[in-house]
Design a protein around this ligand. Sequence first.
Ligand code: BJ8
Length: 439
Amino acid sequence: MGVELHKDLLESIGVDVERHAKMMGMGLAGYQAGFMSQPNRPKAMAYFDWFMSEIQAERIAEINALKAQKKPAVGTFCIFVPEEIVVGAGGACFGLCGGANPPIADAESELPRNICPLIKSAYGFKLQHTCAYTQSADFIYGETTCEAKKKTWELLGKHHPVHVMNIPHMKRERDLKMWQEEIKEFKEHIEEVAEKKLSLAEMLEGVKVINAKRDAMKRLDTLRGMHPDVMPISGKDALFISQMSFLDDPKRFTEKVNELCDELDERIKEKVSVFPENTPRIMVLGTPIAPPNWKLHTAVEGSGACIINEEGCIGHRYFKDNVDIEGVQNEDELYARLMKRYSKIDCACFTPNTPRTDKIVQMYKDRKADGVIYYTLSFCHTYNVESHLVTEALAKEGIPCLVIESDYSPEDAGQIKTRVEAFLESINFKKKAQAFQSK
Ligand code: BJ8
């Protein structure tokens, strides 16, 4: 197994290798049972299966090889961090572990129990030294999005270097101006780590690499969800790819996603679907679904439905917009373009956030979905409160919606499955009634 081969490296960056190997063993077993056993998977998933086996091994070696050349290694918790700049500097920008339940008990020795599991899990990984990404990061880039994260940086800073980007909570002219300054400051900080000035050409190159990655993911999103009669890949596999988009080398990842999309194109032409005809098509909205949090997708796809899209940050919100660099002549123009792109992110930490609701309704119509699951992590107040506004808008459109609030513990898996099954039953009933009426 990968981690065995890289044991010395992992030890040298402060990973608790024994505990880490045990957790990786559990993660891999869960992946093999839940993903690799799915019937009729696209052949191109072989690359992502390989990546899973090397997720905390070979990939960590690659990141540390970059660090040895003084390239920045930046760990993040949010899609507001402009990875284009890190990639332009030749470095790696990656998401940190935060989707597993076991580290939470340790985190609760310093953090309150009643905050979001994503934060507690990530914090626990740091305390336990069981995330090789966190251990590899020159620093963690935090942001001022939700209250819990904002305050956690102050504690996390005791255990790992942390920098915080000030993200406004409104999008007025003066907020956007400040935001642009933050992006410039981020670039200056990356230059400090790299110990060299970053040129406009290098940053533009970074933008091109990340735009290409987002384009590949948009392509996958279209192939996966816009063909009502064929679902060429499972929602679980597509979610996993989105999760890996925060960890893999962006150029290699883009190439592999495009290879997969070529295969899916063929599958669509030949009507090769991984689900039978009339399988209910479900959209998932809400908070990020970090690996190995596969609970919802397992419940939905194990109950006879297909997930055709994730609206969250590990999904559509991450790749929906590119940075327009057409005609950019100088650095200030580039910061303005980056700000323009990043301020399109419709995170629930903004007030107001109405474009998100309008977008969701449109996505539902475009994808000819059959229902929506609004998924929030427990104690995520922004997404929880906003769910009321979203479900109200969905109800006006007659869109079936189920709201699920959950954490990372396996305890509510049975209850979630029961609720999902009841929801799907009502959708199936509606579909049958519609088919009968149209006869
Ligand atoms: S842009 S969604 S990644 S802040 S940590 S808000 S789940 S209580 S992650 Fe997020 Fe950036 Fe927004 Fe996206 Fe809630 Fe938990 Fe806070 Fe969370």
